[in-house]
Design a protein around this ligand. Structure first.
Ligand code: COA
Length: 169
């Protein structure tokens, strides 16, 4: 059976439960966090609950601080047929930016996927103006592959983006 509990130095990563909805809304309802995310800005805690319900068996993890139990963000590792690789994605509550958390969880998610679901090839993309995300990827060993684009799910905005890949033997 798949082990969906990950421990890092400062965090526990685990699947989301409905009780996390208030914490999710803190970032999913924040326009600054949502700026480069494809999903629509959440308008209510109810919308966060609906999102959690929709996750099913997707490899989406929330990030909980060990010292307080506070849920500060979430991220996913999702297989993409088109790329033949696992896409890494993440977003964090703005109060917890620039403390190394995204790098810590990304490294842990990659290691988890390597050990538990046989992932060897990974990719990620970031809007060219989202420098923070690019820095996280580089710190995790990703290398620039090519330029491209992605859009919000509702097609309201198209982003010029950089695509990165990582291969592990
Ligand atoms: C992108 C995001 C997850 C980064 O999280 P974080 O926890 O602040 O990242 P880290 O602290 O691990 O920082 C990684 C590196 O990026 C740098 N960095 C962080 N924020 C930065 C910023 N705004 N501009 C430039 N560099 C930045 C850090 O300094 C660090 O490098 P260093 O160790 O050499 O100093 C966070 O900003 C976020 O949630 N943004 C909104 C959602 C989003 O855009 N997700 C990605 C979509 S592709």
């Amino acid at each position: 059976m798949q082990n969906n509990y990950i421990e890092t130095k400062r965090l526990i990563l685990r699947p989301l439960i409905l009780d996390d909805a208030n914490a999710v809304f803190e970032w999913a309802g924040d326009p600054v966090v949502n700026r480069y995310m494809p999903y629509p800005l959440h308008q209510s805690v109810h919308q966060a609950e609906e999102w959690i319900r929709s996750l099913g068996d997707k490899n989406e993890f929330c990030f909980c601080l060990k010292d307080s139990g506070k849920v500060i963000g979430s991220g996913s590792i999702t297989y993409d047929e088109k790329y033949g690789a696992y896409e890494l994605g993440y977003n964090l509550n703005r109060q917890y930016w620039r403390m190394g958390y995204a790098t810590e969880v990304s490294k842990a998610l990659i290691q988890w996927a390597y050990q538990n679901i046989g992932a060897r090839d990974f990719f990620a993309r970031h809007a060219n103006t989202n420098e923070a995300s690019g820095n996280v990827l580089k710190k995790c060993g990703f290398q620039f592959a090519h330029y491209g684009q992605y859009s919000k799910y509702d097609n309201s905005e198209i982003f010029e983006a950089s695509y990165y890949t990582l291969h592990l033997d």
